[in-house]
Design a protein around this ligand. Structure first.
Ligand code: BES
Ligand code: MN
Ligand code: ZN
Length: 496
């Protein structure tokens, strides 16, 4: 896929297709009006015949429109002009790419970025267009499937800006969108890989590959080193698996030497069967996605490196499998975390927090500016927020606000949840410092409360992406979220 930014008249473009918008009812956008004029009212006459109303999500492909130099004109319905917001803009962009899927129009010029969207500037509209286009042409390919996917569809997208003096701004937005889209693609690819390929060892190899590609510092700790560090909690989860656990540490150091690093921690359970507290069989395959936190922090690192952000960033990935076995964690087992706190494992399926807590203690050695962990942590978060927002928790209001704003800016949203001490009571154990579950009530909050016990030494936030990291059903697949949110967070921090 190739992108470029251009300024020109829609009727003068020589592309295979020019994309313009039409509002409901039959109100032409300014690019559509230009084509209508050049074609002596050809578009309005077609609309008058009733072939297109301009309803959101609809499209109409026209060939050989008089007065134009392109092969086709794609009209995209935008819905009512007064109701045209972010969601509608995104829908229109997606519909425009989908409508050309499987067709001969490879090289297209889109005029949709000219459309005003409340509170969003041209840079936002361009960045979104790039990310949405990359996302909609995404196809997962299994490494062993040699099937060459000769898809026809958009392969070159020229994004038109309304004014000549907006070309530079447009180029910057395009670069940003592309970097983020590449990070998203990496996160989706890793997430979609099955558990028999994407093992902890595979993730470690991917991290080493990234390190080589971008000149990063990388370390992969093996079981024996984790033992020496006292990561008893993490290692207890890994006991039931024949795949060796890995502890991945990547360092991207492009900030000032004195600048404390940001630390991103990603949950890397490459398959979560629940352990002895075995999960039900239905949809268990989706627990291959339990490493999407890890995938997203790697994706974010890639985006940051692609954008060449001037900051110091450490990415930590504790990774293992959670399987039942004769040697696996058992309900009631007590394990000692690297922090020294003892944990009563009342449910072996609450394993994410058990691996994250040791990573959080390990993070202290970097004296971080802030730590953000990302995890497909609780089914309860899906019940609370559904599939639209990630759950957002933290021990510092400023950091939480920053992340919420970054999510809003990226349209990859997260919603703040309470982390009050009142909830901590639910984690009381008669036999250890803390229990690993807090009962059915507020499951995503008590999970975050558990993590907060290991975040005493720094500003910390937690993103529960159980509802947002992948979609189920016919369109099953990883989303790459929250790479856009985290990328924008880093972009903002990079400016400081
Ligand atoms: N990986 C799961 C969380 C999950 C479940 C994400 C379903 C997305 C969809 C996590 O390890 C888990 O099993 N959590 C338990 C916690 C419970 C035992 C306290 C859960 O949510 O049921
Ligand atoms: Mn689990
Ligand atoms: Zn899990």
């Amino acid at each position: 896929m190739e992108f470029s930014i251009k300024n020109g008249n829609p009727e003068k473009q020589r592309n295979a297709c020019v994309i313009v918008g039409v509002f409901e009812s039959r109100k032409l956008s300014s690019a559509a009006t230009a084509i209508d004029r050049a074609s002596d009212g050809y578009l309005s006459s077609i609309l008058r015949r009733g072939d297109m109303e301009g309803k959101a999500g609809t499209t109409l492909l026209l060939h050989n429109v008089p007065g134009t130099l392109c092969d086709r004109v794609l009209l995209v319905g935008l819905g009512k002009e007064r109701e045209f917001r972010e969601r509608e803009y995104r829908q229109a962009v997606q519909a425009s790419i989908k409508a050309l899927d499987g067709r001969g129009a490879g090289d297209v010029a889109s005029f949709l970025a000219e459309l005003p969207v409340k509170k969003r500037d041209l840079a936002w509209r361009i960045e979104q267009m790039v990310e949405l286009t990359m996302a909609s042409i995404y196809r997962f390919s299994h490494p062993n499937c040699k099937k060459t996917d000769e898809r026809r569809g958009v392969s070159k997208l020229v994004i038109n800006v309304p004014q000549r003096n907006e070309l530079k701004l447009g180029d910057a937005a395009l670069k940003r969108g592309l970097a983020i889209a590449k990070g998203v693609r990496l996160a989706r690819d890793l997430g979609n890989l099955p558990g028999n390929i994407c093992t902890p060892t595979y993730l470690a190899e991917q991290a080493q590959g990234l390190a080589k590609e971008y000149g990063l510092k990388v370390e992969v700790l093996e079981r024996s080193e984790m033992e020496k560090l006292g990561m008893g909690s993490l290692l207890s989860v890994s006991r039931g698996s024949r795949q060796p656990p890995k502890f991945i540490v990547l360092q991207y150091l492009r900030g000032k030497a004195a600048q404390k690093p940001l630390v991103l921690i990603g949950k890397g359970i490459t398959f979560d069967a629940g352990g002895i507290s075995l999960k039900p069989a239905a949809e268990m395959d989706e627990m291959k996605y339990d490493m999407c936190g890890a995938a997203s922090v790697l994706g974010t690192l890639k985006a940051a490196a692609e954008m060449d952000l001037a900051l110091n960033l450490v990415v930590i990935i504790p990774t293992c499998e959670n399987l039942p076995d004769g040697d696996a964690n058992k309900p009631g087992d007590i394990v000692t975390s690297m922090s020294g706190q003892t944990i009563e494992v009342l449910n072996t399926d609450a394993e994410g927090r058990l691996i994250l807590c040791d990573a959080m203690t390990y993070a202290e050695r970097f004296e971080p500016e802030a730590v953000v962990d990302v995890a497909t942590l609780t089914g309860a978060c899906v019940i609370a927020l559904g599939h639209h927002a990630s759950g957002l928790f933290g021990n510092d209001d400023g950091l939480v606000k920053e992340l919420a704003n970054a999510g809003d800016e990226a349209f990859d949203r997260a919603w703040p949840m309470p982390l009050w001490d009142d909830y901590q009571e639910q984690l009381k154990s008669n036999f250890a410092d803390i229990a690993n579950i807090g009962g059915r009530a507020a499951g995503s909050v008590t999970a975050a409360c558990f993590l907060s016990r290991f975040a005493k030494k720094y500003d910390w936030a937690h993103l529960d992406i159980a509802g947002t990291a992948w979609v189920s059903g016919k369109e099953k697949g990883a989303t790459g979220r929250p790479v856009p949110l985290l990328s924008h967070f880093l972009l903002q921090r990079g400016k400081k």
